[in-house]
Design a protein around this ligand. Sequence first.
Ligand SMILES: *Cc1c(COP(=O)(O)O)cnc(C)c1O
Length: 433
Amino acid sequence: MSDKVFELVKKEKKRQENTLAMIPSENYASKAVREAVGSVLMNKYAEGYPGKRYYQGNKIIDEIENLAIERAKKIFKVPHVNVQPYSGSPANSEVLFALCNTGDTVMGMKLSAGGHLTHGHDITFSGKYFKSVQFGLDEKGFLNYKQITAQAKLEKPKVMLIGTTAYPLALDWKFFGEIADSIGAWLVADISHVVGLIIAGVYPSPFPYAHIVTTTTHKTLRGPRGAMILVTKKGVKKDPDLPTKIDKAVFPGMQGGPHENAIAGIAVCLNEASKTSFKAYGKQVVKNAKALASTLQSSGLTLVGGGTESHLLVIDLRPEKLSGNVVAEALEIAGIIVNKNSVPNDHMPPIYPSGVRLGTPAITTRGMKEKEMKQIAGWILKVIEHVEIYKLPENIKARGTFMKAYKDKISKDKFLLDIAKEVQSLCKKFPLK
Ligand SMILES: *Cc1c(COP(=O)(O)O)cnc(C)c1O
């Protein structure tokens, strides 16, 4: 273990221990999950599916992949699961590959409204190889279901690929199911961000309404980096060949050898997610997000959608005339790790958006509760107030230089560094396992 990499891993471990991971797509996988992923399973090639491999020596690998599949089927009560997608983006591309021809119409939520890149954003495969139609939010941050209905009836998408990465409110899956049915479209629900909350029963489940559900395994599910494609009873009813189409689209359609070490990690995290303690975890994630939201709001900050019904919130910094970049960089110096994010109808481009996104999955895994959320909200408020004097230049060309000088300045800012120390002592009370 003398490679420089291991020194860097140690440093990163320390960073994770001493700061608050509040990026809502992040979490801490258990030691058991990490052991599975780091195991000798990574040495094996297993192209194909259990019982139908293109390589010898896969007896045990088959048992592992079958275990992951069986556990997923049981938790989500679905007839078919594919656990091989390398990650969430490949999973979505595989579903589109299975259901569409190039040029077919795909409908999704805009990235700027909180949808995902792979739901039809113009610079991705999903926006380039398909005809993408997208919907956004109104000024307050709400979905306009009437408008979505009209758009769907007009455009008649073949697939509605619906899910959120930066939208704090719950989606009305029944509505999306009915619209899809009325125009004969496939409803694919992408629950990457909220899967753990759905298992805990604190976020609406799309399983009765969608034909296919995709999810990453490393966000609220607390597993390894990976993804699953789940075919629902409704999906099989619409097309009995759907499971085969999905499997073929994954392999050989888009992928080669599956990462069986990651698949083992998925099996482990699904076992963890089947315990009652996981339900309690999911409930606490939402309680914590609500506590954080209400403290920030009662001090006058504006939240997209007026609060949260999930694990995340988006602070709209337009009333403060602040850039998301300015706030996110300052929070990092203070030991609070978030990401800049667009707000509905943002007048600023995605590299300088007007909001920040933060969430509670990782800090809830550490064991933090409402009391700590109030404390953290207090620090966030102080940091925002502290950097209110730093306004991003109107002149686009001046922004880079401004940010460089700003970052330099705040890296030595005593006020922020003092908060980082307080954050660190809170972190010490909630060690990582
Ligand atoms: C994170 C996410 C993805 C993509 O997952 P990657 O593993 O980053 O490729 C897809 N859809 C949604 C809704 C997500 O939140």
